[in-house]
Design a protein. Sequence first.
Length: 292
Amino acid sequence: MARDLDRGRGKADRTDAMTDALSQPNDTVLIITEDGKKFYTRLAPGYRQHTHQGIIDHDQLIGQPLGRKIVSSTGHACVVVEPSLAELMKEVKRKTQIVYAKEAGRIIFKMNIYPGRRVIEAGSGSGALTIALARFVSPHGRVYSYEARDDLLRNAQANVAKAGLGEIVEFKLRDIAEGFDEIGVDALFLDVREPWLYLVQAKNALKTSGFFGAIVPTTNQVSKLLQALHTYEFGGVEVEENFLRTYKPVPGRLRPEDIMIGHTGYLVFARNITPENFPEPPPRKRRQRLGS
Ligand SMILES: C[S@@+](CC[C@H](N)C(=O)[O-])C[C@H]1O[C@@H](n2cnc3c(N)ncnc32)[C@H](O)[C@@H]1O
């Protein structure tokens, strides 16, 4: 007991190497160079990761614990860590605009994405959202990712495979105007320019009461989508915008970063349930102002 308390107070005992998992082939790791640049890679024996600060041999990393300092072929120090889901999404090879972690988190929560779910998304784009969806439906769920452009589909597929999630996702090269193959899916998310054009297709694929979601960058698009959701009788419609303010982590001078991303997109959520069956909450009573 006394020993445990001592341990808690002091530095963790790093002599017990068994507490650190060792990197294995196929693990996805993040290499951070001295100047903070990030490279993520899937470990494979004999492979080499090129960076602007020299080459790192994968064989230097396999069988070793993460969090260690590594020296590149040009003598630069770097550190190798496990990437967070947010980093995996941000570091994809981008050929399109992507969904960021701040929106993906809301999508996962609002659309009830959990292990075993069957989810459709379109378009695949660069596969950033695909990675988040696949991570959450793993290991027995499935993501069906539709994309109209072959070059983009192949890039998204490579990004998802690099994140180690290739087996969870079925990519389909198709204009979604032609409809989806699946029926009775739990959730369907659209990140396309004109989502209002595909609501019949979405309704046919979703299970009754299934979750619908979309992201669009402008309010004009939100209005068109709202009108169409009304026409095609989706219920429980919600619109939201999410802001993230990060801080400079300096204990004695804590303040927000100078630059903030002002706008990414509007999220629209609904359910495949007719509005009559989806009770609207009673209007909130306005509180009387103090003194009035
Ligand atoms: C903004 S990107 C999607 C980004 C993706 N959510 C991500 O996080 O990487 C939009 C994609 O939708 C695709 N797209 C647009 N209209 C489509 C349609 N009718 N059918 C299939 N894909 C479509 C585009 O080719 C593009 O790749």
